[in-house]
Write a protein that binds this ligand. Structure first.
Ligand SMILES: Cc1cc2nc3c(=O)[nH]c(=O)nc-3n(C[C@H](O)[C@H](O)[C@H](O)COP(=O)(O)OP(=O)(O)OC[C@H]3O[C@@H](n4cnc5c(N)ncnc54)[C@H](O)[C@@H]3O)c2cc1C
Length: 406
């Protein structure tokens, strides 16, 4: 009997790989191994609806237990894979058990980057990646008075909005001169600074955190360079993630800023694939190799890897897209804006409905839409088709973008 496919990691990408293998008609056994004690679930609600009790566990689980039974997928939760034995074609669990494979999908995700400063180990310093951490964070924030968020990126700002919604005094500390600096244009950073400030949060940019100050083992304040200090009984740290590459490294696979894969998500061993947050892949929209952290990337890569395992070549060429919800404002991002040299704005910033179009050498490379879902959907089509859009057309509301490229 065939050993089948073993998927390591029961997150978004792991789930999608398992489900897609069956959708591709894969007949051999599928084993999904997840370290967390839960069935695969969506992470985005952990810093949005779930943490505010607007969504329950049943709503964030990707599928109920019956789905796995009905599709012949063996899901094993609470199981950590500690070694991939390439010669013997098996993975070893922490318990010592070995499971044979024909193909492996590494969908091991990423973990939070920790703060390398004094006081980071104090009680009350929290990170958010998992469902259990989201529950813990909710109960701590509910009991807190003052919350300091370290990091003005997506997760930090979503958590700042959550803490303000729960009525807490909130300070956001961002080391760079503006919010979300690596991923959005200054106009969007400024919009978000005003949004958070108007909701009563204090936003401090250019704030280099030097120490978390405690008393009796508990956090009391966050100190920044220049002698300023901000009182806190909870500190939420959102300063990015690092990919989980150790399993791949231990198996002798090539690793860079993630597990290195080709356009079909194959690692340097053709029987082993890597998908999602852990995979460094060639991406035509990035113009090179990149590692992305998004639901879109996790799902689309998992589908391509599943197709390859099932014998159908389907190179990964999906347009990157992403979203973040803060208060009643949804930012939707299409494309990768990193190397832009020009932006134009369409819509009304004051009315909180606008899009920023990013160009590189006159070519549209990305569109960020604030409360303009129709712009986002059109942008995805235009960017995926590499349709020519001029900055003048993008800025002119009388030009119907839907009609471009048709
Ligand atoms: C709070 C939060 C909010 C987010 N919001 C958004 C959003 O609004 N929009 C968006 O597009 N993206 C968002 N993201 C990012 C998105 O959730 C991730 O990009 C996506 O979950 C990546 O999926 P993945 O399967 O690659 O990794 P993960 O979801 O991290 O899953 C990896 C799993 O592998 C397990 N694992 C690791 N090593 C082993 C091992 N050795 N053995 C067994 N299991 C192992 C881990 O425990 C984990 O459960 C958010 C992320 C977080 C944390």
């Amino acid at each position: 009997m065939a050993a089948g496919a073993v998927i390591v990691g029961g997150g978004q990408a792991g789930f999608e790989a398992a489900a897609s293998l069956r959708a591709e008609g894969y007949q051999s056994p599928i084993t999904l191994l997840g370290e967390e004690p839960h069935l695969p679930y969506q992470r985005p609600p952990l810093s949005k609806g779930f943490v505010l009790d607007k969504q329950g566990l049943d709503e964030i689980e990707l599928r109920p237990q019956s789905f796995y039974r009905d599709h012949g997928i063996e899901v094993r939760v609470g199981e950590r894979v500690v070694h991939v034995n390439r010669e013997g074609r098996s993975v070893r669990l922490k318990s010592g058990e070995s499971i044979p494979y024909d193909s492996v999908v590494l969908a091991v995700g990423a973990r939070n980057r920790s703060l390398p400063i004094d006081g980071a180990e104090l009680d009350g310093v929290l990170y958010l990646r998992t469902l259990d951490e989201s529950r813990e964070l909710k109960s701590r924030v509910q009991r807190a008075q003052s919350v300091v968020v370290i990091g003005g990126g997506f997760i930090g700002l979503e958590l700042a909005a959550v803490a303000r919604t729960l009525g807490k005094s909130v300070t956001v500390l961002e080391a760079q001169p503006r919010l979300m600096p690596r991923v959005v244009a200054p106009a969007i950073s400024e919009f978000y600074r005003e949004l958070h400030t108007s909701q009563g949060a204090t936003v401090v940019c250019g704030a280099m955190v030097s120490e978390i100050v405690g008393a009796g083992g508990k956090v009391r304040a966050v100190a920044v360079g220049g002698g300023r200090s901000f009182p806190a009984d909870v500190v939420l740290v959102g300063i990015g993630v690092v990919p989980n590459v150790e399993l791949a490294q231990g198996a002798g696979l090539k690793v860079g800023n993630g597990i290195i894969v080709d356009d079909c998500l194959r690692t340097s061993d053709p029987a082993i694939y890597a998908v999602g947050d852990c995979a460094e892949h060639p991406n035509t929209f990035a113009g090179g190799r990149v590692r992305l952290e998004s639901v879109q990337n996790a799902c689309d890569q998992a589908r391509c890897a599943a197709a390859a395992i099932a014998g159908r070549r389907a190179p990964y060429a999906a347009l990157p897209w992403f979203w973040t919800d803060q208060y009643d404002v949804r930012l939707q991002m299409a494309g990768l804006s990193q190397k832009y040299d020009q932006t134009v704005t369409r819509g009304d910033i004051a009315a909180r409905k606008f899009s920023v179009f990013y160009f590189k050498d006159g070519r549209l490379v990305a569109v960020d839409s604030v409360n303009r879902p129709a712009d986002h959907m059109i942008a995805r089509r235009l960017l995926a088709a590499k349709t020519v859009v001029t900055p003048a057309d993008a800025a002119d509301e009388s030009v119907d973008l839907k009609k471009l490229g048709r």
